[in-house]
Design a binder for this molecule. Structure first.
Ligand code: CS2
Ligand code: MG
Length: 402
């Protein structure tokens, strides 16, 4: 099976997605996700101008060789744009391999090792009672694991707990929104929030929380300690991960499990965190981490260190990328849980995934390949629109991590 051509689609059915179609001499087309929220055109240019022209005529079965060629051959290694572009091609190659062999990708990765991948979903509210109501509604849908994010008293709006129904403001033509952040207010409030939530929801559901990289190590240590009585499944992105050693201090002070890595691109972003056992869960996803080829190796490195995989699965990863994560989660022994926000109905008019959520678990379905159909005509009706994630500043105007 040889690669004969490609098409890159950048569309906005509900939000922006970059989809790669890789054509072969068999007539089969492989699909990959290359969506990098807010930086979509950088990946498009990387694919169209640099990577894809090197692929014409190559063996589409040679996933490992492609990966090494694209990673080593570029000279300029790593980084989210490069690795998302490599990831898009890698996913399309796994999709093709499954399609031509007539098997779902999870079979190629080692086969099923659980009945389904436990999913967690997002719950948010402008007040604790509203948040608890949203959590109960998600429990009623079957979710066993819930990420709780709440507006912080005294702050106007906090990312993850939007005032509007949509998760992220992504207004056409608008520049990035600036939110005001105050760590002291957040640290005072978060334990109270989880105390009330645990009391209202009982001991059964797994509760998760995302701090979105806003704390220093000592602040994260304090938060982790304060949340211990409420037995979190994890505290995510407590501190930015550029300095892996930062997690040594957090780890020394708390038994709250720690998750990190949704913005990481390669094993070199996370290897010290794994081998020092400073974190419990790796949040890297196939889309942004260089594809399934790369993620399998990270999982293999993590396994003996008792570190488990928990792929990022926001609505800004397309159903193709999410499907790849679900196949991976089903076939990887040290995969623990999968984020599942779902996608807006508009998105699902363009992408038709075979995966299903049922009674708390995700299954990728038995379609050959990744099991997602992509309707190019429907996609073309939704042109790309520039959109940004919000940014954060402290009350005195200092730019901050969000
Ligand atoms: C979040 C994401 O899902 C998560 O854990 O951190 O919503 C993240 O903010 C977005 O994917 C950014 O593009
Ligand atoms: Mg996150």
């Amino acid at each position: 099976m040889r690669i004969t051509g490609w098409r890159v689609h950048l569309n906005s059915p509900g939000r922006n997605f970059l989809t790669l179609e890789l054509e072969t001499d068999t007539g089969l087309v492989g699909l990959g996700d290359g969506t990098l929220n807010g930086r979509e055109h950088a990946v498009r240019a990387y694919l169209e101008e640099h990577l894809l022209p090197c692929l014409e005529g190559r063996d589409a079965f040679a996933t490992e060789d492609f990966w090494q060629y694209a990673y080593r051959g570029a000279y300029w290694r790593r980084g989210p744009v490069t690795m998302t572009a490599i990831g898009a091609v890698d996913l399309a190659l796994w999709d093709l391999k499954g399609k031509v062999l007539g098997v779902p990708v999870y079979q190629l990765l080692g086969g099923r090792c659980r009945q389904g991948v436990m999913a967690y979903t997002h719950c948010h509210g402008q007040s604790v009672p509203a948040l608890i109501e949203s959590a109960k509604a998600k429990q009623a849908e079957g979710f066993r694991a819930l990420r709780l994010q709440c507006a912080v008293p005294g702050l106007d709006e906090v990312y993850g707990a939007p005032k509007a129904a949509v998760y992220e403001p992504a207004e056409e033509g608008a520049l990035p929104k600036e939110e005001i952040w105050d760590t002291a207010k957040y640290l005072d409030f978060a334990p109270e929030l989880f105390g009330q939530a645990r009391a209202a929801l009982g001991s059964t559901p797994h509760l998760l929380h995302d701090a979105h990289h806003r704390l220093t190590p000592i602040e994260a240590a304090r938060l982790g300690q304060a949340l211990e009585p409420y037995r979190l499944f994890w505290l995510e992105d407590a501190v930015t991960g550029e300095l892996q050693e930062a997690f040594r201090l957090v780890r020394q002070h708390t038994t709250t499990p720690l998750a990190l890595g949704e913005v990481f691109s390669t094993v070199f972003d996370i290897h010290q965190l794994i081998t020092n056992q400073w974190i419990d869960y790796v949040r890297m996803a196939p889309t942004h981490g260089g594809g399934l080829t790369a993620l399998r190796k990270i999982a293999a490195l993590a396994e003996p260190y008792h570190v488990r995989m928990a792929c990022h699965g926001p609505s800004d990863i397309s159903p193709i990328g999410l499907a790849a994560a679900i196949h991976f989660g089903l076939a990887t022994h040290n995969a623990a849980i999968q984020e599942f926000m779902g996608h807006p109905p508009e998105t699902l008019t363009v992408f038709k995934p075979a995966y299903r959520f049922d009674n708390g678990y995700l299954n990728p379905g038995e379609e050959p390949g990744l099991g997602v159909a992509f309707d190019t005509k429907a996609a073309a009706a939704h042109p790309y629109r520039r959109a940004y994630l919000p940014t954060a500043r402290l009350e005195d105007g200092t730019a901050w991590s969000w």
